[in-house]
Ligand binder design. Structure first.
Ligand SMILES: [Zn+2]
Length: 107
């Protein structure tokens, strides 16, 4: 199954519901799935990871359907490696391994 085929299956399965929910409501569900994926990653439960990765992908494809984006076409940006430096593996210098947090306000 290609990404294009999966997006079409998601479209046929859920577009009527996705349209009723709207872009903003669908984005909220997507965000909730990302949160569940974060929990599964923290716990490291293989079955939960498979489920949460697939749910997150399905909600992302629902969003793409509502926004009129062909995900296979969009994903081609990465077909030849890093879209910034053009290399496989990426040669961009910076490794972002910490989530930026706001510093607590000092009085
Ligand atoms: Zn790069």
């Amino acid at each position: 199954m290609t990404l294009k085929e999966l997006q079409e299956i998601i479209r046929k399965t859920y577009l009527h519901k996705d349209r009723q929910r709207g872009l903003e409501g669908t984005f909220m569900w997507f965000a909730e799935e990302v949160g569940e994926l974060a929990q599964a990653l923290r716990k490291g439960d293989r079955e939960a990871l498979r489920m949460e990765f697939s749910d997150t992908l399905a909600w992302l494809l629902s969003l793409a359907n509502l926004a009129g984006v062909d995900m296979e076409e969009a994903a081609r940006r990465y077909a030849h490696g890093c879209p910034k430096c053009g290399h496989i593996p990426c040669r961009c210098g910076e490794v972002r391994n910490r989530y930026p947090r706001e510093e607590p306000e000092t009085p």
